[in-house]
Write a protein that binds this ligand. Structure first.
Ligand SMILES: *[C@@H]1O[C@H](CO)[C@@H](O)[C@H](O)[C@H]1NC(C)=O
Ligand SMILES: *[C@@H]1O[C@H](CO)[C@@H](O)[C@H](O)[C@H]1NC(C)=O
Ligand SMILES: *[C@@H]1O[C@H](CO)[C@@H](O)[C@H](O)[C@H]1NC(C)=O
Ligand SMILES: *[C@@H]1O[C@H](CO)[C@@H](O)[C@H](O)[C@H]1NC(C)=O
Ligand SMILES: *[C@@H]1O[C@H](CO)[C@@H](O)[C@H](O)[C@H]1NC(C)=O
Ligand SMILES: *[C@@H]1O[C@H](CO)[C@@H](O)[C@H](O)[C@H]1NC(C)=O
Ligand SMILES: *[C@@H]1O[C@H](CO)[C@@H](O)[C@H](O)[C@H]1NC(C)=O
Ligand SMILES: *[C@@H]1O[C@H](CO)[C@@H](O)[C@H](O)[C@H]1NC(C)=O
Ligand SMILES: *[C@@H]1O[C@H](CO)[C@@H](O)[C@H](O)[C@H]1NC(C)=O
Ligand SMILES: *[C@@H]1O[C@H](CO)[C@@H](O)[C@H](O)[C@H]1NC(C)=O
Ligand SMILES: *[C@@H]1O[C@H](CO)[C@@H](O)[C@H](O)[C@H]1NC(C)=O
Ligand SMILES: *[C@@H]1O[C@H](CO)[C@@H](O)[C@H](O)[C@H]1NC(C)=O
Length: 665
């Protein structure tokens, strides 16, 4: 009986729109710089499972109609009042930091059944942690919340006069959204820095006890732009020491799979995918998934041919960084260059192999890292507990469109100089890269690292790669360090490194926070510290963890085997696909053909399965869930935009700027 009622309630909930009620019961404080903070203590069980570990969430009201969401967790195993403060932000632009919290390094994750599980490798084990959704409209940060729905034909969010879902709207798309206004977010990395800084001022003013022992800034992906620029801004503001502000004691910056220099990193798409390039790493990526000669030539010309990607990026970067609309020309050149390079240089790998940009070991759609937390954040009790005022989506189309208008993605915007500035100012700087990521691959990151002018021992061949030793005695990667600068390659890891390699990630951060070397955690870092070893990191992953099936959504990832848990068997699947090929077409030996063929076959196989899954998915996750026409998940990375628009679709009106299918999240 009880279960019957439960099911009936579920059905009603599905049929009813999920507008978000205005959050209540905040405590309000004034932080540093006069910034208002509204927050609530989050009850135990909402993410953090330990009732003795406090967590708070709320907003920093940084400007009129700009409310920055943050979620703070006390350190678990260090006294929170003496622990350092570690900041995490994701990239995008427009990607929510809830990605990092729930998929990577926060205290919890959410499983297929919608249950919260503890993350034993949470970075909050060793530090206070704050996750910040920025700029405004990203994640749970809001400008002006309005009731709305997603128009099925255009993908646009359309505002509604009140919180009633009209009959012409798909009820599952009715919800509370940010008003579509690109003025109420940031449109470039430089423009985003002040509100990020003010959020820190607000938090450290309201909770001074949590930042007594240094501040560490960790980020990912587009964080290759955010991290250096925001960090330099913080140091500059410390020097300004404006009335009412407090210095932020920034000691280290760690950036995972960062997007630093677009020119070098667009080149790296070619180098990573190629089997012939000798520019950086002979033989391309270390998983053996390379273009054949014909596709190689096609992408090479797209990249290096006259008037193509490289020329366009050079043209873009010759135009000064535009912070005002008067430099429309430069913005347009950059935006066009980025669109061109994405379509002609980055994206071919996706279509040729059908593989996940964020982890080439998987075909798309990949179930890793798990995206079930999206629906958790859209459940009423969680919304009330954390004070959410809008529905949650992983990526803000308002923010990504605003950044698109300045072409920020294609611009170097002084990132190199900012990293050099940090190194000059005694800030520890760590670049770490999961080596199975294509989106911000380590070839590009390493190429960027070699352009830094003030780490001579790193760039002149004195320093070399050494294995990273960890408490489990397994080698998960290598590091090359000189002084407080390190480049880290993590093996068998996609874009979101702490998901795939949680132990080495935690120990790397722990060592950095403790002022120790990444390689061993035994040596105090000084300006003369250096790792001795080969100049290049040449480990060959051999492709033994590359999968050949589209995995079901309930698959789980095993961080010991670096593979999906059984029943899926990589070895057996690879053997089966080889047999299939031998039987059907011995001539089809080109990797891209093999893979697209397997991909198609597996898609067909999975399509049958999908019907079984759908009912369950919709029960647990009513909002924005399900699959689009191509079988892609609507939440998660495949439709990252709140309005449900497909990434590559160029729609009309104010949505004209392109949206990446693959943000640098
Ligand atoms: C507000 O908090 C008080 C206790 O602090 C509680 O009794 C009350 O139910 C809360 N109201 C809402 C709407 O959550
Ligand atoms: C993290 O802390 C929890 C206790 O809060 C503990 O159970 C877990 O083992 C710790 N993880 C590591 C890797 O030490
Ligand atoms: C809400 O707006 C609809 C139009 O979409 C209107 O018909 C309805 O009367 C309004 N409801 C309320 C409670 O104002
Ligand atoms: C967008 O926001 C700005 C700043 O608040 C405001 O001036 C402008 O009118 C808004 N535009 C729309 C279309 O609402
Ligand atoms: C910042 O200014 C305050 C006075 O407003 C002063 O007490 C403090 O020493 C200054 N800090 C630095 C680092 O200059
Ligand atoms: C970007 O935002 C700034 C305000 O931060 C504004 O002055 C500028 O005009 C905007 N640029 C574009 C291209 O909209
Ligand atoms: C550099 O930072 C470390 C701590 O991160 C500190 O011990 C040292 O004194 C600093 N050196 C300088 C020159 O500021
Ligand atoms: C963090 O580093 C400290 C100091 O080296 C060490 O005592 C502690 O065990 C480390 N914790 C983890 C989780 O690695
Ligand atoms: C890497 O390993 C694979 C499989 O063993 C092999 O085919 C390939 O030649 C190796 N690549 C390099 C660069 O050694
Ligand atoms: C995943 O779901 C499929 C289809 O419902 C089921 O056959 C399989 O046993 C499940 N796998 C796991 C690991 O739960
Ligand atoms: C991961 O694989 C290891 C080694 O096969 C196994 O012992 C462990 O139980 C697996 N973990 C999970 C969660 O299944
Ligand atoms: C995977 O398949 C291979 C080859 O069929 C077999 O040798 C191996 O034992 C299987 N592994 C597991 C964990 O079932």
């Amino acid at each position: 009986m009880a279960s019957v009622i439960f099911h009936v309630l579920l059905l009603i909930e599905l049929a009813v729109a999920q507008f978000v009620a205005e959050p209540t019961n905040f405590t309000t404080k004034t932080g540093h710089a006069g910034i208002n903070v509204r927050y609530k203590e989050v009850p135990a069980g909402i993410c953090e499972q330990d009732p003795n570990v406090k967590s708070y969430s709320g907003f920093a009201d940084v400007a009129e109609d700009q409310h920055i969401f943050w979620w703070f967790f006390e350190a678990r195993n260090v006294d929170p009042t003496t622990a350092p403060l570690t900041i995490w932000i994701n990239g995008g632009p427009g990607s929510s930091s809830m990605i990092g919290l729930f998929q990577e390094l926060g205290p919890c994750g959410v499983d297929y059944d919608g249950n919260v599980y503890n993350n034993p490798y949470s970075w909050s084990n060793i530090s206070n942690m704050i996750f910040i959704d920025q700029p405004t409209t990203t994640g749970l940060s809001y400008s002006i919340p309005v009731p709305g729905y997603t128009d099925a034909s255009s993908g646009n969010i359309v505002a509604l006069p009140n919180a009633t879902c009209p009959d012409y709207a798909d009820p599952s798309t009715c919800g509370t959204y940010n008003v579509y206004n690109t003025t109420l977010t940031a449109n470039s990395t430089v423009a985003a820095a002040p509100n990020f800084y003010l959020t820190l001022q607000a938090f450290t003013g309201a909770f001074p006890q949590y930042a007594q022992n240094g501040v560490y800034f960790t980020t990912e992906s587009y964080g290759g732009h955010y991290g250096p620029i925001f960090s330099r801004y913080i140091l500059e503001q410390n020097a300004v020491n404006a009335t009412g502000t407090a210095p932020i004691d920034l000691r280290a910056v760690l950036i995972g799979n960062g997007w630093f220099n677009p020119i070098l990193q667009y080149e790296a798409y070619y180098n990573f995918a190629s089997n012939y390039s000798t520019q950086l790493h002979q033989g391309g990526n270390t998983y053996g998934i390379h273009y054949n000669a014909s596709i190689d030539n096609y992408v090479y010309n797209n990249m290096y041919g006259a008037h193509n990607c490289l020329d366009q990026l050079l043209d873009c970067n010759a135009h000064p960084y535009a912070t005002n609309a008067s430099d429309g020309t430069g913005n347009n050149i950059c935006n066009a260059a980025d669109n061109f390079c994405y379509a002609q240089v980055e994206y071919p790998y996706d279509t040729v192999f059908g593989r996940d940009e964020y982890d080439i070991r998987y075909l798309t759609p990949s179930p890793f890292p798990y995206a079930f937390y999206v629906d958790y954040l859209n459940s009423e009790d969680v919304q009330a507990a954390i004070g959410a005022f809008t529905n949650f989506s992983e990526s803000s189309s308002v923010t990504s469109t605003a950044f698109g208008s300045t072409g920020d993605d294609a611009r170097e915007i002084g990132v190199t100089a900012a990293v050099e500035y940090l190194i000059d100012h005694n800030v520890t700087f760590v670049m770490y890269f999961g080596d199975a990521d294509y989106n911000c691959n380590w070839f590009g990151g390493e190429a960027f690292s070699k352009t830094l002018s003030n780490v001579a021992a790193y760039t002149n061949g004195s320093a070399g790669f050494v294995n990273i030793s960890t408490s489990d005695a397994i080698v998960h990667g290598q590091v090359k360090s000189a002084g407080k600068f390190s480049f880290v390659r993590i093996y068998e890891s996609g874009h979101e490194v702490p998901f795939y390699q949680p132990l080495v990630s935690l120990e790397m951060v722990n060592r950095t926070i403790n002022g120790l070397d990444i390689a061993t955690g035994q040596t105090i870092l000084t300006s003369s510290y250096i790792t001795k070893g080969p100049v290049d990191t040449t480990f060959n992953n051999t492709g033994s963890t590359v999968t050949f099936d589209i995995l079901p959504l309930n698959a789980t990832y095993n961080v010991t085997t670096n593979q999906p848990n059984p029943p899926y068997n990589v070895t057996a699947a690879a053997a089966a696909s080889r047999r299939l090929l031998t039987r059907y077409d011995r001539a089809l030996l080109d990797a891209e053909k093999i893979n697209s063929r397997i991909n198609k076959r597996m898609r067909e196989a999975r399509d049958v399965d999908v019907s079984k899954w759908k009912a369950h998915e919709r029960d647990v996750m009513p909002l924005h869930y399900g699959r689009d026409a191509e079988g892609r998940r609507k939440t998660g990375r495949f439709a990252l935009f709140a309005d449900g628009a497909k990434g590559r679709k160029h729609s009309h009106g104010h949505h004209e700027t392109r949206r990446r299918a693959e943000p640098r999240r």
